[in-house]
Design a protein around this ligand. Structure first.
Ligand code: RIB
Length: 294
């Protein structure tokens, strides 16, 4: 069993600011640093550090070589990455003293996937394998359609949420991983039971994980429901916390661990990640998570 992540890779420029810049305002950043990120790459790193056999598929643009190197250094399989002539995808991230962030994305190379690349990549995967996607690449609906047609278990993290998500056939999705903002955008509510009822009425076989920031998280799968409190953490930078949660949750799930254990491990890993700056850099190792769970 292996997991294929068709996902983005970004060069993140992170500005430490007193507050988010407003319309028409100019402010000075207190510090700036460049990190490696992108929701796809962060989730592949989290899967690999958690111990999953992960294959990252996507496009490497101009200036993006360090991103594929980082994947390889972390044990992620990179043979399904393809070069493209566009600039590497990037993000401009503001981080405030309490660790909150806001993000401006440039898609670049992450928008270069082709139907042919999707088809040839998926030829090496089949029933028993898992497919993970976010919403930072093009052809999302096509990846989900082809992945489900080949019998993969499809996991969708519809982040960042936009109208493109409405083009995806959600009846093909086995696991939907969303935060409270995305839940509101998709279902008109972020109340866990309301979100569950809304989705269950439309997609009865879909399993759901809803993260709620400091209010913890909730999961619903095959009649089982779990509420998990957030682990306490002194937040330095919340960037990548959701991606860390996703990687650790899915690794436990693929190993067949009980849902409550999957949620606890993922919550712990994501709490550790917010205590550190950066995105991929902030994903804890398996040893760190295991030590924290004792
Ligand atoms: O989830 C965090 C990520 O969102 C950042 O690494 C940034 O690249 C954006 O994709």
């Amino acid at each position: 069993m292996k997991i294929l992540n068709f996902g983005s890779m970004n060069l993140d420029t992170v500005y430490q600011v007193a507050h988010f810049v407003g319309p028409g305002e100019t402010i000075s950043a207190e510090a700036v640093s460049v990190h490696l990120g992108g929701k796809g790459l962060n989730q592949s790193i989290a899967l690999a550090r958690a111990g999953a056999p992960v294959y990252h598929a996507g496009c490497v643009g101009r200036g993006g070589e360090t991103l594929s190197e980082l994947l390889r250094e972390n044990g992620v399989h990179t043979e399904y990455l393809r070069p493209c002539g566009d600039m590497q995808g990037s993000a401009m991230i503001q981080v405030t003293p309490d660790g909150e962030n806001c993000i401006l994305l440039y898609g670049g190379s992450n928008q270069c996937l082709t139907e042919e690349q999707i088809r040839t990549t998926l030829e090496d995967f089949g029933p028993g394998d898992w497919l993970l996607v976010q919403n930072e690449t093009n052809l999302l609906a096509e990846i989900v359609r082809q992945g489900a047609a080949r019998g993969l278990t499809v996991v969708l993290n519809p982040s960042p949420f936009d109208e493109k998500i409405r083009t995806v056939d959600l009846s093909l999705v086995s696991w939907l991983l969303i935060n409270e903002v995305e839940a509101f955008q998709l279902c008109g509510s972020s109340d866990p039971d309301t979100v569950r009822a809304y989705l269950h009425a439309r997609y009865p076989s879909m399993n759901l994980v809803l993260t709620l920031g400091t209010d913890g998280s909730a999961a619903y799968a095959g009649g089982v429901s779990v509420r998990q409190a957030a682990f306490h953490a002194e937040a330095v930078d919340t960037t990548g916390a959701g991606d860390t949660f996703t990687g650790y949750f899915l690794t436990s799930l693929m190993r067949g661990e009980p849902l409550a254990d999957c949620m606890r491990t993922a919550s712990c890993a994501s709490a550790l990640s917010v205590t550190r700056p950066g995105a991929a850099d902030s994903v804890p190792t398996r040893e760190e998570v295991d030590r924290c769970l004792i």
